[in-house]
Design a protein around this ligand. Structure first.
Ligand SMILES: NC(=O)c1ccc[n+]([C@@H]2O[C@H](COP(=O)([O-])OP(=O)(O)OC[C@H]3O[C@@H](n4cnc5c(N)ncnc54)[C@H](O)[C@@H]3O)[C@@H](O)[C@H]2O)c1
Length: 333
């Protein structure tokens, strides 16, 4: 569903600009191969001037050959009665294999964006299985959560979305995620000076963003594919265009010497800035208070527990799964 929206945006030039030709290599599974053929036919029939090649396959060692960007979307959704630990294991294996394939055949400069859930830990598994590619090149998508947070702040303040800046999603793409209203700004002023309703910020806003995906499924009967594809576009564009002065964007990135005191060696959503060269730096001018730190600690604990559940997939011995509670992905009820 997500790819079916995203591919047409990539082919149109909306993501990498009107001067960048595109070759799309689509990786499917045996089960989805016919659907893949159908999507490829629709792409061909769209006659996009920038789209120079569409190829399809089910072997990541062939499909990832020389890839400059790898958008890893395919994964299994959690079925009824399935524990988060089961999902971590089933999907983790997909991302271990894809990490190995990227390591073997992709461009050494490949940028990898993991969308398939649970995306933070899948990204960690992927990068651990690709030791020859810099860990900094791997991202887990939390931009949809940032966009949702911006929308809610704009609606509450009665301003247009583009007046809201410096919105960070901290931590895991799950219902423990932390939408940060302490550092966020509206028209350049701290959100707390514009929206004086602290209860709304601490409770309603936070929960609305955390549970938005689930509410949407209930109404729509399916998960948010269109807005997710838009957020993937936003996430890529944030890396290939310079970040506006003073602002930042959220991405789930590898913690390796982070300035915020967050546990190392996990994939944690944090505020990033880019010069537009595909790389990023962490934002430095960030403040914390007890409320923010407490919530960050909770999402951090969840990611550390997820990491213990997938020890067998990241070369760290035998897995031991003691997730603090069975939290939901934002798209689940
Ligand atoms: N990070 C985010 O913000 C975010 C938001 C929404 C959805 N998601 C996640 O994105 C993923 C995809 O969502 P969707 O709505 O497009 O789901 P979908 O079920 O429509 O599509 C998933 C596709 O992946 C394919 N697939 C399964 N295993 C594969 C493998 N090993 N290799 C290649 N392809 C494989 C399936 O055949 C299917 O076509 C899900 O895991 C979902 O939870 C993440």
């Amino acid at each position: 569903m997500i790819s079916n929206h995203l591919l047409f945006k990539l082919a149109s030039g909306e993501v990498f600009g009107p001067d960048q030709p595109i070759a799309l290599k689509l990786l499917g599974s045996e089960r989805s191969f016919q659907a893949l053929e159908g999507v490829a036919m629709e792409l061909e029939d769209s006659l996009y001037p920038l789209l120079k090649e569409v190829s399809i396959g089910i072997n990541p060692y062939e499909v990832f050959q020389d890839a400059e960007w790898a958008l890893l979307i395919g994964a299994k959704p959690r079925g009824p009665g399935m524990e988060r630990a089961d999902l971590l294991d089933i999907n983790g294996k997909i991302f271990a294999e894809q990490g190995k394939a990227l390591n073997a055949v992709a461009s050494r400069n490949v940028k990898v964006m993991v969308v398939g859930n649970p995306c933070n830990t899948n990204a960690l598994i992927c990068l651990k299985n690709a030791p020859d590619i810099p860990a900094k090149n791997f991202h887990a998508l939390t931009r949809l959560d940032e966009n949702r947070a911006k929308c809610q702040l704009a609606l509450k303040a009665g301003v247009f979305y583009d007046q809201v800046s410096n919105v960070t999603i901290w931590g895991n793409h799950s219902t423990t995620q932390v939408p940060d209203f302490l550092n966020a700004r509206i028209n350049g002023s701290p959100v707390k000076e514009v929206i004086r309703d602290t209860k709304w910020l601490q409770e309603d806003f936070t929960e609305k963003v955390q549970k938005r995906g689930g509410v949407l499924i209930k109404k729509w009967g399916r998960s948010s594919a269109a807005s997710t594809s838009v957020s993937i576009v936003d996430g890529i564009r944030s890396l290939v265009t310079p970040t506006p002065e003073g602002d930042w964007f959220s991405s789930g990135v590898y913690t390796n010497g982070n300035p915020y005191g967050i546990a190392e060696d996990i994939v944690f959503s944090m505020p990033c800035r880019s010069k537009g060269d595909g790389d990023y730096e962490l934002a430095m001018d960030v403040i914390f208070d007890n409320h923010l730190l407490e919530r960050i600690t909770k999402t951090e604990a969840e990611l550390l527990a997820e990491k213990r559940c997938v020890a067998h997939l990241i070369g760290e011995g035998v897995a031991f799964c003691d997730l603090p509670e069975d939290t939901m992905l934002p798209g689940e009820m």
